[in-house]
Ligand binder design. Structure first.
Ligand code: ADP
Ligand code: ASP
Ligand code: MG
Length: 480
């Protein structure tokens, strides 16, 4: 069986929902289709929630009318009156639930994480309903499944961690029988539920993760991520116009790219696929004939394949007066980070054994808050914390190449030539990626310069007269 996931832009209008349905239905069954909310609607739902807290009825209504308008437009693309009516009934129910939660939030004057999850989940629920109805309208048996009944999580609202064993049991009981009956299952991305049954979400962009979680739970042969770019590119195309498709990357490379800012994959997407060796393909709904990128265990590599940047981070250093103070001080830092759910992206220790450097996700209150949190913990150890906000991590990814002295030298030379201050530098996961920390304001310039230095432009081969122009055109978007 296969799992196909369609992101927000791929289901943003009636026409796009139909195109996505056509792509899914043209593939062999059994198949599970995972959908995100229509593009922009998760943000609109959050805006409605914030407006409700403020008691701002005008802003709440504006956000809701955007949401209803988009869902109605997709609903009206369904030709069969019966399917339209059935879908409208479910949509009304979901929208009524949304109104009730917004009223609740307004009356308390506060947005709890649990209410926020319940509110944003409605975007995916409406899209799954609309996609299944569109497929039935096209003459295929399809059923929407809301994955708060399938993906079991630890209940951490906004960034829930899945329980794979329970998810597998749920999928076996609730999805497999539908697949066995020849029905295409349309599942909500992004959503799970906690031990108390409350709806949870897997973090922004989490529908990619839902796709591989369901793929692993159902022993999929392949997971396809259908999006608005023709694969994993050598850089974010919004930052580097001549970014090219990478045809093959390894699980390790994809994970590094996703962790360090390549938004095309949610950072946790690859993990569930690794254990079962499930290939993950990234494909474009706008260019469905293109081969895209395949992510698999081993992928040929002898050079840097992609460059990426993750902004909005914190660089924190911990200094202790004596070598033996480092372990207790570092363990106190890790404990506080764990308790406060602060993600640590990278840690390195100076060879003096008196300093640790941490790259952290942004935290509410920034450095001032971090310092406050750690002050009491570190008081007795006489440790010093220094903290930089607004930093970015640059990552150059390509197993083999990223570990070589010549690549590291080239990275530093390029950044030096661009007069970009390097705040820290490191290698990741047995030389799959090399990373540098720079000030956020320099990140885009650094990515462009590193891309120029590391990614060989395929178009340069057009000088070879023996190659046919059509071959060159089809290769011009590919690298690797
Ligand atoms: P979807 O809504 O389909 O989940 P996203 O917006 O989450 O799509 O992810 C696709 C976007 O990721 C692209 O439009 C692109 O701007 C961005 N992106 C960032 N880095 C990369 C990269 N290295 N390769 C491809 N896309 C990237
Ligand atoms: N709709 C959710 C978001 O915008 C999940 C996703 O798109 O993957 O974050
Ligand atoms: Mg996404």
């Amino acid at each position: 069986m296969i799992v196909l996931k369609f992101g927000g832009t791929s289901v943003g209008s009636a026409g796009r929902v139909r195109d996505a349905a056509r792509i899914a239905l043209s593939q062999a069954s059994p198949r599970v289709v995972v959908v995100s909310a229509a593009s922009g609607l998760t943000n609109a739902l959050l805006e409605a929630a914030r407006a409700a807290v403020r008691g701002d009825l005008v802003a709440r209504d504006a956000a809701l009318s955007l949401i209803h308008g988009r869902h109605d437009q997709i609903l009206n693309g369904i030709e069969s009156e019966l399917q339209r009516k059935l879908a409208r009934n479910v949509l009304n129910e979901v929208h009524n639930g949304l109104d009730a939660t917004l009223d609740e939030v307004a009356s308390i004057g506060e947005l709890s994480d649990a209410a926020s999850d319940r509110i944003v989940a409605t975007g995916e629920k409406c899209l799954a309903t609309l996609m299944a109805a569109t497929m039935r309208d096209m003459g295929h048996e399809a059923e929407a499944v809301f994955t708060d009944s399938i993906i079991a999580t630890d209940g951490r609202h906004g960034a829930a961690r899945p329980d794979r064993a329970v998810t597998r049991e749920n999928a076996e009981h609730l999805i497999q029988p539908l697949l066995d009956a020849g029905i295409t299952v349309v599942a909500t991305g992004f959503i799970g539920s906690g031990p108390d049954g409350a709806t949870t979400t897997l973090g922004r962009g989490g529908s990619d993760y839902s796709a591989t979680l369901l793929g692993a739970a159902l022993d999929a042969d392949e997971v396809q991520i259908w999006t608005d770019v023709p694969g994993v590119l050598s850089a974010d195309p919004r930052a580097v116009a001549r970014a090219q498709v990478v045809p093959e990357i390894s699980y390790d490379e994809a994970q590094e790219l996703a962790h360090f800012g390549a938004k095309v994959l949610h950072p946790r997407t690859i993990r569930p696929a690794v254990a079962l060796d499930i290939p993950v393909r990234i494909l474009s709904t706008f260019l469905p004939g293109e081969p895209g990128t395949v992510v698999m265990r081993e992928a040929p590599s002898e050079r840097i394949k992609a460059v990426t940047a993750l902004k909005g981070l914190i660089l924190m250093t911990l200094d202790v007066p004596e070598l033996e103070d480092l372990a207790p001080a570092a363990s106190a830092v890790f404990r506080v980070m764990h308790e406060k759910c602060v993600e640590i992206l990278n840690v390195s220790q100076a060879s003096s054994r008196r300093r640790m450097t941490y790259i952290l996700d942004a935290v509410t209150g920034g450095c001032a808050n971090l310092q406050l949190l750690l002050e009491t913990e570190l008081d007795e150890l006489d440790a010093r914390i220094a903290c930089h906000e607004h930093v970015a991590v640059l990552a150059a990814v390509g197993s083999g190449a990223a570990g070589t002295a010549s690549s590291l030298t080239r990275m530093l030379t390029v950044l030096n030539r661009e007069k970009i201050a390097v705040l820290a530098m490191n290698q990741q996961t047995s030389s799959v990626a090399m990373i540098s920390v720079v000030n956020e304001v320099d990140a885009d310039r650094a990515v462009a310069a590193l891309h120029n230095a590391f990614i060989r432009p395929v178009v340069s081969r057009s000088h070879s007269r023996r190659r046919r122009r059509t071959d060159l055109l089809s290769e011009s978007l590919r690298v690797g």
